[in-house]
Design a protein around this ligand. Sequence first.
Ligand SMILES: [Zn+2]
Length: 226
Amino acid sequence: MPHTSPSNVYASEYYKKDFVRFNERLGTDNIEFKSLVPKMYLPCFLKDTMGYKTNAMVSLPVLNPKTLINTGFDSYRLMDSHNDMRAMVRAMTFSEEQPNFYLLNVGETHYPYALPSEPANEWPKISGVHGIFKHLDDHIVGGKLLEQKEKHFDQAKLRTLRQRQIDAVRYLDTVVEELLDTVPKNTYVTITADHGELFGEEGYFGHGPVQHDKVFEVPFVEGKIR
Ligand SMILES: [Zn+2]
């Protein structure tokens, strides 16, 4: 979790300690809170203040290069496949003059929790979830939402989906090994998904308008290769 909801502490005290950790993360000793002002955005800070070459490769179209996330990057690419981190690792290039930063947004852990080797016609399909963006407007006519029959979650199917996500995380561990063999020293890498997922906990599936801890448990790894 990025934060732990600490009690009995003022935000300023908490953030002070939090920002000092950027020194630990980046292997420096001169980063203060004001170093990130005014943009307050890590890629801009790395590029403008720390002299990094900043790169992003994203899997999920919701983070495509037209979104605001694409600020402060020298290169920003939406990958062809939503679930192929290995393809990212193999496409990485590195500046020899500058330290490099890579943001890798991975999608293997995202619904439908599929590895790149699995053909799309074998992915599990859940009505109302699969291809949600393409079909979001299908049920709106004249600005009004059409009535739909309620759908209930199938517990056995949810267990299978949860296991698929666990398998996806295991698979990604092997891709991280390849990443560590590929990346040169002085490279800072953040690997992240876009949210956590629910598999029937307290009557929720997936993610969305849900304030549940599981949605905030985002697969996330970061570190600097030194
Ligand atoms: Zn998503």
